[in-house]
Design a binder for this molecule. Structure first.
Ligand code: BGC
Length: 750
């Protein structure tokens, strides 16, 4: 009896707590679960969970019933399955997805509700496919229109991208899937991305390049973040002590996991010490180099283990990494009661179409050429010209390439919508990229064409002469040196002689509408010769339907540019300083335009003298652009008109009335810009600090108000290393783009 009681006591004291398995109890506090799990893990188990075991997964701890993590690209749809250790297709027949519009398009909606809808929809697809981490969204700032990956990002403005990134993250994470915001930080070009070191002022870093990441962390509560390939302060971003430890962890209190970009880990010691948690994609030559598994030779695998075993490093950093990875696992793969998600649902199709329709930007509409009225009597002849009218754009472009369940081409969308109410004809016009393959996913399209450019142009021009309308669908595509990862564009002009072709079409027909499928600005030497210009982005599965919605007026356009379209390349500030400013010399690129990125630079047009100043020991000379922007940041037309009232300031609240004076329901993006009239540092002429998209019936008026808070007035004081606003006068400007300010009011700070 005594022995039995003793055994019971022992059980209560020793075995029962051990069996309590706090880490498995979802109701227990997260940090207690983490400590409990860590206490149970062996050294090797800890090492195992901080690096990949396959192209897109890391193992959990099977012995403890802790599942691993499965990642997927991102950010426009769920990438098809690849083989365990190869980029090639796994050959699944049930991994086709809905391709959502590219993030430039999402940003162009200027509508956080669209961003949330996007996040929920793509999160549900990720969930259905059993993914725990979605590799996206991307929020690197649009510095040069040559950057091959701009289409995956949200434009040139830190405020717009900060507002738009947050609901995307929330929508994704509500599904039990982590967002992985990328590429942290300063990955603003693809050329030389694996070695270029970015030299940028602290002020530009904090004011321009970091805000969207900060919002993702502090407002979006992103559960993971991806390091960039490039270097900053001569340290690779994936294990960069300034970016990861000083800023991300200490200043922003990030408690999620830092994931390396695939192959972005370069140095074992730095990977150990500088804040990387989870290593993916490090290049190895597979299993042939003698290691039992290629993944064992990752920096955070055997090399790290050896250093611990021989006493070179302790386990403090390891435990910190394990904590961060366990937190990610508990939030995702071990989260109880997750929704099941859905794939290719009607709701996702509707979401893709809606977002695409709200993101397309009508840039020009002379003589109200659009919308094209369809009825049973007129039956116009519509000539569609261009490769992009038929080319599938969801395949290609790098890691965001998808295997879409379907992709409605522009031509199909236009033809379907026109039905019997128009005669739609298509001619090729030019040959661009005839390939249609990425990592084994093929479009199945045969785009080969032996005809010469002259023959193609002649055919198009002859047909244009006969048509009532010409809709030219061109732009860029997802081939290397276009809008594609791992390379930048080579010229600002459209490729494949499209400029010449468009000019010839405009000479042959008075009603030419140019639809640009692209994720980047390009020159438009034919601008004044065509009646219409529609920026249609890469709009995913529903491209053709969304485009037809706009062209034929079922949807009133309300997208606004998330970046400035300049006249020529040298009108972009990054291209003012020769190779030193882009793409860099001797592996060093210098952001000599400092904070004057995008409209902050375009706004200087017309100034006679350069702005000269010195900051942190660096001298800056900002020479104003030679040309006025073709289309300013925030610009976009509607089929209706809006008028603005007077801006009224009441305390810290500025309000304005907006009226729809046209005949159709429409949406307007009311934009608030703020200027500091006099400051101790050089400041931009205006900066976006608020916006709201309002829907108005014909004749309807709505009030839009913005509350002015001190952070909206602040600049980053590099010497003091803090945000600061100075007393004095500010101008609050409300407008429909960065260049169309309708009302101004003074605002005093005492
Ligand atoms: C890209 C990332 C992507 C990763 C995985 C990298 O090359 O830079 O954006 O998520 O590959 O495919």
């Amino acid at each position: 009896m005594k022995n039995f009681l003793l055994a019971c006591l022992l059980f209560v004291l020793v075995a029962a707590p051990a069996m309590a398995q706090t880490y498995l109890d979802p109701a227990a506090p997260m940090e207690e679960r983490i400590e409990d799990a860590i206490n149970r893990m062996t050294l090797r188990e800890k090492i195992a969970i901080i690096h990949a075991q396959s192209k897109f997964s890391s193992p959990g701890v099977a012995r403890l019933g802790i599942p691993g993590i499965w990642c997927t690209d991102g950010p426009h749809g769920i990438r098809p399955e690849v083989l365990w250790d190869e980029w090639n297709q796994a050959g699944w027949t049930n991994d086709s997805c809905i391709a959502f519009p590219a993030l430039t398009c999402l940003a162009a909606t200027w509508n956080p509700e669209m961003s949330y809808l996007y996040g929920v929809s793509i999160g549900e697809e990720a969930r259905y496919r059993g993914k725990d981490v979605l590799l996206g969204p991307g929020v690197n700032i649009y510095r040069t229109p040559l950057n091959g990956r701009n289409f995956e990002y949200m434009g040139e403005d830190p405020y717009l991208s900060s507002v738009m990134v947050v609901p995307y993250i929330k929508g994704v994470q509500e599904q039990g899937v982590a967002a992985c915001v990328k590429h942290y930080a300063l990955n603003n070009q693809e050329v030389d991305r694996h070695w270029v070191n970015v030299n940028v002022s602290d002020r530009a870093l904090y004011e321009i390049y970091l805000p969207a990441f900060k919002a993702a962390v502090q407002e979006g509560d992103t559960w993971s973040i991806m390091g960039a390939y490039n270097r900053y302060r001569n340290q690779y971003a994936c294990h960069n002590s300034y970016l990861l430890q000083d800023i991300l962890r200490k200043e922003w209190n990030f408690d999620g996991a830092v994931i390396s970009d695939w192959g972005g880990t370069m140095d074992t010691d730095q990977a150990i010490r500088n804040g990387l948690d989870l290593e993916f994609g490090t290049w190895t030559d597979g299993l042939s180099d003698g290691a039992s598994s290629a993944y064992d030779i990752y920096h955070l695998a055997n090399p790290y283990l050896k250093k611990i075993e021989n006493g070179e490093v302790g386990t403090e950093e390891l435990d910190e990494k394990v904590r961060n990875v366990l937190r990610l696992i508990f939030r995702t793969s071990m989260k109880p009661n997750k929704p099941f998600g859905a794939m290719c649902s009607d709701a996702h199709i509707a979401a893709a179409r809606k977002i695409a329709g709200e993101g397309m930007v009508l840039l020009r509409n002379e003589n109200n050429v659009l919308p094209i009225e369809l009825n049973d009597t007129q039956k116009p002849t519509i000539l569609v010209v261009g490769e992009n009218a038929i080319k599938q754009m969801t395949v290609g472009g790098g890691s965001s390439s998808l295997k879409a369940k379907y992709e409605m081409s522009p031509l199909q969308g236009i033809t379907n919508r026109a039905g019997s109410q128009a005669q739609v004809k298509w001619v090729r016009g030019y040959v661009g990229d005839v390939s249609g393959e990425y990592n084994g996913v093929t479009t199945g399209q045969s785009l080969e064409d032996d005809r010469t450019p002259e023959q193609l142009q002649e055919e198009a021009v002859n047909a244009a002469k006969e048509a009532d309308y010409v809709i030219f669908v061109g732009g860029l595509n997802k081939a290397h040196n276009q809008d594609c990862e791992d390379g930048d564009r080579l010229t600002y002009n459209l490729p494949y002689n499209q400029d010449r072709l468009i000019a010839a079409l405009a000479a042959a027909n008075d009603h030419v509408v140019v639809v640009s499928i692209s994720g980047n600005a390009h020159a438009m030497p034919w601008l004044k010769d065509v009646e219409g210009i529609l920026q249609a982005w890469y709009s995913g599965s529903e491209t053709g339907n969304a485009m037809a919605d706009i062209l034929f007026g079922d949807v009133n356009p309300s997208g606004k540019l998330p970046y400035t379209i300049q006249y020529e390349l040298s009108d972009y500030p990054a291209h003012q300083y020769g190779e030193m400013g882009y793409p860099g010399v001797d592996k060093q690129v210098h952001y000599m335009e400092d904070i004057f990125v995008g409209y902050r630079y375009a706004d200087l047009y017309g100034r006679r003298r350069p702005i000269k100043y010195e900051s942190q020991g660096v001298k800056y000379t900002i020479t104003p652009p030679a040309h006025v922007a073709l289309f300013p940041f925030g610009f976009g037309l509607s089929y209706t008109q809006f008028t603005y009232g007077k801006a009224v300031l009441d305390g810290n609240k500025v309000s304005i009335s907006v009226t729809n004076t046209g005949k159709r329901m429409g949406k307007e993006v009311v934009q608030l810009y703020i200027a500091d009239k006099k400051a101790s540092v050089v400041r931009p002429l205006k900066e976006l600090k608020g916006f709201e998209k309002v829907e108005l019936e014909p004749g309807e008026t709505k009030q839009v108000s913005f509350e002015i808070t001190p952070d909206m007035l602040a600049f980053f004081d590099a010497d003091a290393h803090e945000w600061r606003h100075e007393p004095g006068e500010f101008t609050l400007m409300i407008g429909s783009s960065s260049a169309d300010i309708h009302a101004k009011v003074n605002y005093k700070v005492h």
